[in-house]
Design a binder for this molecule. Sequence first.
Ligand code: SF4
Length: 284
Amino acid sequence: MRPKDLATEATNTWCPGCGNFAILNAIKPVLADLDEEGLVPIEKVVLVSGIGCHAKIADYINANSFYTIHGRTIPVATGIKLANPDLTVICFAGDGDIYAEGLDHLIFGAKRNVDITAIIHDNRVYGLTTGQYTPTSPSGFKGRSTPGGLEVPPLNPLELLSASGGTFIARGYSHGIDLLKEIFRSAILHQGFSFVDVLQVCATFFNLYDHYNQRVRPLEGHDPTDRVKAEEKMREWDYDSDGTIPLGVFYKKDAPSFGDNFSEQNQREIDIEDAISKTLERYI
Ligand code: SF4
């Protein structure tokens, strides 16, 4: 399979220069490679998207997909994974979608270590509704709902995910596709809840290309199994300061996933029910 085999006939309606193109162009070769290598057959992949500009990605990839309602990618993906653990489930969500409306689901997805991947198109603005602030918009952000400038500081989603027990936490950028592909591949292959915050530039309502290009740098010499160091790295840039912005996998840990526990628990219950019915058969 080649990436072009994953193309669809849907007309792409993203604005020219939108960072969503980079996410689309990074995920397609990753999915094609995983299929070619026999690691993740494409028919076993389910893409789940939320509401917002990002969500159209489901229209542009020729794979099983599910459009959810606003903020509900994680519970839908969790249900799909628990119903059929053989599937590889990948959520695409926006920052307004998952850090506002769906924040509790994100926290519990990480806390339970559900074996799914969440890729966040974090453009730090509501693009589809033409430019309101989101939980990751920086202080002072002037948008349609904050013409005088936003007065509250942004959320640092990486720190939040670490506090929630996330077992794979990464940050990418929608410019520089090789690193994005590397991160997506590791996230999909990770057994457990994988979280990737992608600094995805909204070229129309919050164009941060120049700002990011001057500040991003890959994480180097970092041990992603060291949680204390990982959290220090996550705090190096708090989505509001003017310093450099590290990109890459901050934290990675092997741990049993919710799906494993769920299946084991189900099996235990089936065994108990079986034993009870056999006992009853003997005496009735
Ligand atoms: Fe992309 Fe922004 Fe246009 Fe939406 S409004 S398609 S996020 S550039």
